[in-house]
Design a protein around this ligand. Structure first.
Ligand SMILES: *Cc1c(COP(=O)(O)O)cnc(C)c1O
Length: 331
């Protein structure tokens, strides 16, 4: 299966390898019972991963794993919270492709979901280091990297959430996929695409991919993490770094297709902090489950939907159409 990015830019098919891990395209459908004004849709990426583990991290791994393998790396070293979806997806998919995962884990509020995630992480074969705070993770990182050389080969280091430029390609690809669905008449061209911002790769990739596809859809990112710098400037920077990666690997990107102002960031739905549920999020989660059979979780997807519904009620979307991108990775 040729990824859409390779079809759009055949010059990348040799320089940016891709490994298909999920079923595409993920479904889109209209949300008929939610919302106050705008025409609402969902693109459901929870249906993406094969083998039951889905969500947005798998799209990033489709580009990250083959990049690590191409460089001859044997170990991925990365970081996440105690309940990290990113760490678990990396450990499970990495193992299938001969890559070991080493994880530095930072504290986050512990509930039943996080406890279960930790059990899965322990069972995944990943090497776990409880570094507790961000400062201690920064101190431990050089040691972890030095310890996991395989002969002369360094490990493959990845930022939280896999939000490197290579990881962001997963959502460049998802945006191209959405554009195909628009083109084939499955849904109207959205004015907005709403999704959570946990480490930024998802929205940064979407902003670039929508431009490459020639859509004028705006990305509205709902920040749910206060442990990383995720303001408009840093997210735009990641978009630009991703475009630069494509150019460096040989893509002829017209300058006009470089993202400029199609990303918007809102921070009012974070609540007390990363991993702390909010009342608005819980209400949105119940509505989504009861009215639309959409399963969300409290850390990311419920807060993003709460933002969408509140902004819709205020008339922010002016009728839409608005697509909610469901990044949840339910089993
Ligand atoms: C990681 C994650 C996100 C955030 O995506 P980023 O690319 O890290 O911003 C959103 N939803 C879920 C369920 C996630 O696990």
């Amino acid at each position: 299966m040729t990824p859409l990015l390779h079809r759009l830019h055949p010059e990348l098919s040799q320089t940016l390898p891709h490994l298909a891990l999920g079923t595409r395209p993920t479904p889109v459908r209209r949300l008929t019972a939610l919302g106050a004004g705008a025409d609402l849709w969902v693109k459901d990426d929870s249906a993406f991963g094969d083998g039951g583990w889905g969500g947005n991290k798998v799209r990033k791994l489709e580009w990250l794993l083959p990049d690590a393998l191409r460089r001859g790396r044997r170990t991925i070293v990365t970081v996440g919270g105690l309940g990290t979806n990113w760490g678990l997806a990396t450990a499970l998919y990495g193992r299938e492709h001969g890559l070991k995962t080493v994880l530095a884990l930072v504290d986050q509020p512990v509930d039943d979901h996080v406890r279960r995630q930790l059990e899965r992480l322990r069972a995944s074969g990943a090497e776990l280091h409880l570094t507790h705070t961000r400062a201690r993770t920064v101190l431990a990182a050089p040691l972890l990297l030095a310890r996991h050389f395989s002969g002369m080969r360094p490990p493959y280091p990845l930022p939280a959430g896999g939000s490197s430029p290579v990881g962001a390609l997963g959502y460049v690809e998802a945006a191209l996929e959405l554009a195909e669905q628009v083109r084939s008449g499955e849904l109207p061209e959205p004015t907005h695409l709403v999704t959570p911002v946990g480490s930024g790769g998802t929205v940064a990739g979407l902003a670039l991919g929508l431009r490459l596809a020639g859509l004028s859809t705006r990305v509205l990112g709902v920040v749910v993490n206060d442990t990383l710098r995720l303001d408009h400037r840093s997210l735009t920077r990641l978009t630009h770094r991703t475009a630069r990666l494509l150019r460096r690997r040989g893509a002829r990107l017209p300058e006009t297709r470089t993202p400029t102002g199609n990303l918007e960031v809102v921070t009012d739905w974070l609540g007390t902090g990363y991993g702390h549920p909010t009342a608005e999020g819980e209400a949105a989660r119940r509505l989504a489950a009861d009215l639309e059979h959409l399963e969300l979780e409290p850390v990311y997807t419920a807060k993003a939907l709460a933002a969408l519904l509140a902004l819709d009620a205020r008339g922010h979307f002016d009728g839409g159409p608005v697509v909610y991108l469901n990044t949840n990775g339910s089993r």
